[in-house]
Design a protein. Structure first.
Length: 161
């Protein structure tokens, strides 16, 4: 079942790339006592994710943070090397936290997983965005149509903040 507004995020450990290499980071470290915008994408470097979804958050980074957000994070069922490369390629290293959910443990526990095997992608993340305050979901947006990043895009999050 998909996580709902008012529920706490499931406990999970992600990997993220740092200047010193791969680092484990937990949901508590990211969300406890903080206001965070989290968005999920089916895959780093995929067309909609790279051309529409991620750029909106990079372009609106300052406006989002100006509304009291401590951090913006993106999660994908990719390994940390791919997420690190995507962060460098997109210019987002210093703006967003790029979280690798390599086995899909977090998205599965949150009910945000999607079977994209028909397209050769396996199990991935649904396209979504949320506002999380102290680990609790206060806004949740699931993308309504494949290949779009409207319902879950940065403009929608700005309306909700």
């Amino acid at each position: 079942m998909t996580i709902s507004i008012g529920e706490k995020l499931p406990q999970a450990t992600f990997k993220t790339m740092t200047a010193d290499g791969a680092k484990n980071i937990t949901t508590d470290e990211i969300f406890a006592g903080r206001k965070v915008v989290l968005f999920g994408v089916p895959g780093a470097f995929t067309p909609t994710c790279s051309n529409d979804h991620l750029p909106g958050y990079l372009e609106n980074h300052g406006a989002i943070q100006a509304r009291g957000v401590d951090s913006i994070a993106v999660v994908s069922v990719n390994d940390h090397y791919v997420m690190g490369a995507w962060a460098r390629f997109s210019g987002g290293e210093s703006k967003l936290l790029f979280l690798a959910d390599g086995n899909g443990d977090f998205v599965r526990a949150a009910g945000l997983d999607a079977d994209m095997s028909a397209g050769g992608l396996g199990v991935r993340s649904k396209r979504f965005s949320m506002i999380v305050e102290d680990g609790k979901v206060t806004a949740l947006n699931l993308e309504g149509k494949p290949g779009q990043a409207v319902d879950s895009g940065a403009a929608r999050i700005l309306e909700q903040l």
